[in-house]
Every structure is written in C-alpha cells, then in structure tokens.
Design a protein around this ligand. Structure first.
Ligand SMILES: Cc1ncc(C[n+]2csc(CCOP(=O)(O)OP(=O)(O)O)c2C)c(N)n1
Ligand SMILES: [Mg+2]
Length: 363
C-alpha cells in the first residue's frame, strides 16, 4: 500500500503504550491517513464522541478498560460504525470470537508485522463496495419514498402510504404484527423499523388471518406495549372474531386494514402462471370496518381519501382500547419485485391478453 485515492481518511489508534501507537502512526501517516491517538479506553470513547473515523486500531491489554470492553461500548452507544481492528500481544485462542462478540471486525497479533497491518488497513479503508451499496440503497429509498407519497393521487390512498404513515406514527418500541398477502409486502417494504421495535408474523407458514390472534397474545403478555396489526381485508374477515377477543379482554391492539376488497395476492399468483384470475372468488364486498369495530365495543376510524389517513391512524393510536383503521386502498397496485424472470413476464402478458379477450367476448 503506497497511498489511496479519494478523500482523506482518519484512523484512531488506541494503545496505552506510546511506542506502540507511534509505530502504527509512523507507518500510516505518510500514506495520507489522519491519525488520532488515544492512550486509554476512556480517551478513545471520548475522542469518538467528537471525531468521525474510518478505522479503529485497538489494543487489547489496557489498564482501566480492555480493548474488548471499549469496542463493546463503541458499538452499544453507536459511537462509530468504523471497522475495529484488534491488536493483541497475547494471541490467545478465542480472542477472535471474543472480539467478534464485542463488535470488532478483525484481529492482528503483536508483535506487529507491518506488511500485514498495511494489508488489513488497505482492505478496511477501501470504501468502493460500501459506496456502491450506499448509492443503490439511496436509489431504493428514493423509489420507496415516491411510491408512498400521500400526494401521489388526489383522491386515492396507495397501500404503501398506509404502511409509511403507520411507521411514522408508531411508538419507538412498538410491535408490528403482519398478516399474509400483498399487505405483507407493503408493510415489510415501507415500515422503517427502529432497533427497539419488533416485527412478527406467520412468515414461514404464510397463514392468512393469523395476525390479530398473534397480536392479542402479545398484548396479553405486555399491555403497556403498543401492538399494531397490519392486515389485508381478506385476512381480517377470516378471523374477525379475534377483535371480540381483544374487546372482551381489554387488549388495546390497533388494527390497520388494507381494504382493497380482494384477496389481492391471489390475482398476482394467477397472473404469474398465465391464468386469468377468477374474480368472482377473489373480489368481495366488505362490511364497514369502523362501524363493525364500534358495534363490537371497540373504536373505529376510516380513511378513504389521502387527507384522512394520518388523522385516522393517530386517533386510533391515541384512544384507550382496541381500535380499527379501515384504510381503503388502490386495489391494482403492483409490488416491487426483487427479481422478475422473463418467463414470469410472459405469463403476466399471457394472462392480461386472455383477460382482454374475455372482456371483449364476454366469456
Ligand atoms: C389460511 C390461508 N388461506 C389461504 C391462503 C392463500 N392466500 C395467500 S395470500 C391470500 C390473500 C389474502 O388476502 P388479503 O388478506 O385481502 O390480503 P391482500 O393480498 O389483498 O393484501 C390468500 C388467500 C393462505 N396463505 N393461508
Ligand atoms: Mg385484500
């Protein structure tokens, strides 16, 4: 390694031995790195609170706090996400695992072999992959923001906006319970989960109608925690009696229904194998879910226009006790597919052609 392209990078070296720090600094500084030195664990923590660095080189044996403890605190308090390269004079077996458990990324034994140090530093400060992933992620997020923009349509609510609005209004430690269907995709892509929130659902079995029952169970275990169900109308209808359980046992679950008057995913499933969806079975009329909620002894709110969505959600979250938000959403919204095979595109096209022919022939 003779240097590196791009903006200057900073490296923090934490070691109680001045000579050891100097060796690392004297090798890396001439290569263009900005070196920051800490002579103890606490000093390293202090410096990271005010300096952003790209790599941390951390000695293990230091008097007041060892390198593993310092690393653990760095990760726990999110002081830095920079890779941590552990340096240890006692290369005990198990140190690698101990380092990984403390949030460290790599390990180098002392006495320092400088070419090895340079290899590690070069690998850990090469941000090409990170930059590319960050760029892709930004593009993905921009697409999601556009799709969930409440002003996208004047008089219709897109399901992505429902998930985003719930995400924005949920408590920082809320538990989301997802049902199965297209609604799983809206909830999963557009909810921005914090580290202290939880998402549960029937993800392996993919059983429709299970979310409210699960949510009741979760809420019964912890009545103080906000429990939010996100379900399709088909799934809610299958086991709507669970709402009576919530009322009966005073479980303050909040139920958000994506009301598209259809088993939405089934339409896509049929089209993805070239079949015309059997709409008589897939589409259905719904009860007025907010009136149903009140008839059961709970609270009900409805959102049919974009301007009504956030208000309905925040009112439902604010009331004491179980509540339903009936969010009437655009029925023919396409989810984002991570990979679409050419064959699948052909099947969709075939199904659409068949549907068009049937519409004309009335068959
Ligand atoms: C118990 C059960 N029945 C049927 C299915 C098949 N299935 C998967 S998704 C789905 C549609 C669910 O409709 P809805 O709850 O309205 O959600 P949407 O797709 O419209 O968002 C069905 C019937 C299933 N997975 N589990
Ligand atoms: Mg539905």
């Amino acid at each position: 390694m003779l240097g590196y392209p791009g903006p200057r990078r900073s490296i923090l070296v934490a070691d109680d031995l001045t000579d050891q720090r100097r060796i690392v600094t004297s090798v890396l500084e001439p290569l263009g790195f900005t070196m920051i030195e800490a002579s103890s664990g606490p000093q390293a923590l202090q410096l990271l609170a005010t300096h952003s660095v790209d790599l941390i080189v951390m000695d293990v044996a230091m008097p007041s706090m060892d390198g593993f403890e310092v690393s653990k605190l760095i990760r726990e308090h999110r002081l830095s996400e920079a890779p941590i390269l552990i340096l240890s004079a006692n290369a005990f077996a198990g140190d690698l695992e101990k380092g990984a458990a403390a949030g460290c990324d790599d390990y180098l034994a002392k006495p320092l072999h400088l070419p090895l140090l340079l290899d590690k530093v070069a690998a850990k400060t090469d941000t090409k992959f990170w930059d590319q992933v960050t760029h892709e992620r930004r593009k993905w997020d921009e697409m999601l923001d556009k799709q969930s923009d409440l002003t996208r349509s004047k008089d219709r609510i897109h399901p992505q906006a429902v998930a985003r609005a719930v995400s924005g209004a949920a408590r920082r430690d809320a538990i989301f319970v997802f049902d199965t269907g297209l609604n799983t995709l809206w909830s999963a892509n557009w909810i921005r989960q914090t580290g202290s929130q939880r998402i549960i659902g029937s993800f392996n079995n993919a059983a429709v109608g299970t979310a409210l029952g699960q949510a009741n169970g979760v809420q019964a275990l912890d009545r103080s925690r906000q429990v939010i169900v996100l379900t399709g109308d088909g799934g809610f209808n299958m086991l709507m009696g669970e709402f009576m359980t919530a009322v009966h046992h005073k479980l303050p679950v909040k139920v958000i229904i994506y009301n598209n008057s259809a088993l939405g995913l089934i339409t896509l499933e049929a089209e993805s194998i070239g079949l015309v969806p059997f709409r008589e079975a897939i589409e259905f009329p719904n009860p007025d879910f907010s009136a149903l909620a009140r008839a059961c002894g709970g609270h009900g709110f409805a959102a049919r226009l974009p301007g009504e969505l956030k208000g309905a959600i925040s009112e439902a979250f604010a009331v004491d006790g179980p509540a339903i938000v009936d969010a009437v959403v655009v029925a023919n919204e396409m989810p984002n597919m991570p990979h679409v095979e050419l064959e699948q595109v052909g099947h969709f096209a075939m199904a659409k052609i068949k549907e068009a022919v049937l519409a004309v022939t009335g068959g």
